[in-house]
Ligand binder design. Structure first.
Ligand SMILES: Cc1cc2nc3c(=O)[nH]c(=O)nc-3n(C[C@H](O)[C@H](O)[C@H](O)COP(=O)(O)OP(=O)(O)OC[C@H]3O[C@@H](n4cnc5c(N)ncnc54)[C@H](O)[C@@H]3O)c2cc1C
Length: 438
């Protein structure tokens, strides 16, 4: 039997792989997407637990018109069925809670609430504006050092630490100042956040159906065993298909969504790559770990608030959302699905067992009754092959590799200023733009 041939093969159906396949399909390419598991979406998917749709990772997904995710859906005419989270953010500090205005934004209000001093808040806000629109601070200092220059108010630093940990998975003292402002600039360009109304898995199924309607293929339970390379050019992949047989499939383009380290392994190891590429692979190679607890209760822990809370008054607990309050279809009537995230204090050397226990204690401290009343559906510590992000913000690998035709997509190849699902989709945008230009 002769080998099957496609214009491009995408390995992995995470956000990066799905968006890359959608963009290539929209550009008229015949794409094969192979996914090793039965599910689409990777860390942006859902599993059913006790009749609740529980996320495998992401909850807040960018959906604004200029989001790379939205663009990928648009490329194949797929609908994004989302609940808009604009104006549904609450920040908790030691002295109380701050709710962002209904129309979003509210950066100044957050700062004033944290500092409880109008003049000091105005001065700091002005410095933030300068950093955004005048002189952008360099990566030679961290964003924590940047704040230290202008204020010794601890509450405002706690606020921004909660914000950074919740959104970027790393702490203020771990983020280069330039990246923090790069992120603020990127996310202010209309990337509103939302939650998938029927869960992420349903969102990904919609995208897959739209690609397939345009002639591309999605094959599940088809893990890639090898990326085939001849004379420095990619020529295809070897997969173990859903009948358990090895199969060679040919294409001049392969986009790997498996993470940069795994891509190297699949393509024959470091010896197959140019030396500077391998050196970069080992530079700043930390992942961003994250802790995840999802649980159901017979009541919501936040009465009268159906949004997302970022916590700046805690050590490890950084985020709490009640997905069923945002979209009731994700849990049975009368059951309230909650999702909490935690970040370690040292993302490079986390102590996740201990820090997970602290996170649970902080849940109880902030929302009394949880430990007695909750049924836990997920208790996960994400690292290694399934981290919060494969690389810290600003430390992503380039999307292209030293092997012709081989690209990385996903949060391990995040373009500067991007994070999470948006970074995976933005890497796909960058990779596909490079491919179509050639
Ligand atoms: C607990 C948690 C909470 C998060 N919260 C948010 C949030 O609220 N908002 C946000 O934007 N981001 C969030 N993130 C980050 C976000 O989930 C990720 O950045 C994003 O989903 C990563 O997408 P990816 O393209 O890198 O692919 P991944 O999700 O890593 O998917 C890769 C896919 O490739 C498949 N695969 C791997 N190897 C092979 C192989 N050999 N052959 C075939 N298939 C293979 C895998 O099965 C998987 O489906 C969170 C992450 C976690 C863990």
């Amino acid at each position: 039997m002769s080998d099957e041939v496609f214009d491009a093969i995408v390995i992995g159906a995470g956000m990066g792989g799905m968006c890359a396949a959608a963009r290539l399909t929209g550009a008229g390419k015949k794409v094969l997407l192979v996914e090793k598991s039965p599910y689409l979406g990777g860390r942006c998917s859902h599993r059913t637990r006790e009749d609740c749709e529980v996320t495998t990772g992401a909850l807040m997904v960018p959906m604004g018109p200029r989001s790379a995710i939205r663009e990928a859906f648009d490329a194949v005419g797929a609908d994004m069925d989302m609940v808009d989270l604009t104006g549904r953010m609450r920040y908790r500090l030691a002295h109380g809670d701050y709710d962002t205005p209904d129309d979003g934004g509210g950066l100044y209000g957050m700062i004033e609430f944290a500092m409880q001093d109008e003049a000091a808040a105005k001065a700091l806000y002005q410095q933030l504006l300068n950093a955004l629109f005048e002189w952008t601070p360099l990566s030679s200092i961290t964003i924590h050092d940047w704040f230290d220059q202008y204020t010794d108010n601890q509450e405002v630093k706690n606020l921004f630490n909660g914000y950074a940990a919740a959104l970027m998975g790393v702490n203020l003292y771990e983020i280069p100042a330039s990246e923090f402002f790069g992120f603020l600039k990127y996310s202010s360009k209309g990337s509103r956040f939302g939650m998938a109304r029927e869960g992420n898995a349903a969102l990904m199924e919609t995208l897959a159906a739209a690609m397939q309607a345009r002639g591309s293929e999605v094959r599940r339970q088809s893990g890639c065993k090898q990326i085939l390379v001849e004379d420095g050019c990619v020529t295809g992949v070897k997969i173990n298909n859903n009948e358990g047989q090895d199969q060679i499939i040919r294409a001049p383009l392969v986009l790997s969504n498996t993470g940069p380290d795994k891509t190297v392994e699949l393509a024959g190891g470091e010896a197959a790559f140019e030396r500077s590429y391998v050196a970069r692979l080992h530079t700043d190679a930390h992942d961003a770990p994250i802790m995840h607890a999802s649980f159901v209760m017979d009541r919501p822990v936040m009465e009268g608030f159906d949004g997302c809370m970022v916590l700046g008054n805690t050590r490890n607990l950084i985020y709490l959302e009640i997905p069923s309050e945002i979209s009731p279809s994700v849990s049975p009537k009368g059951k309230y699905l909650h999702t909490a995230y935690g970040a370690p204090r040292d993302a490079a050397k986390p102590d996740l067992d201990r820090e997970f226990e602290i996170m649970l204690q902080e849940l109880e401290d902030n929302f009394p009754g949880v430990s007695e009343e909750a049924t836990f559906l997920v208790k996960a510590k994400h690292r290694g092959q399934s981290p919060g992000m494969h690389r810290w913000i600003g430390r992503g690998m380039p999307v292209n590799t030293s092997i012709k035709g081989l690209y990385n997509v996903g949060d391990g190849a995040a373009p500067s200023g991007t994070i999470g699902t948006e970074s995976a989709a933005a890497s796909a945008r960058e990779a596909v733009a490079m491919i179509l230009k050639n």
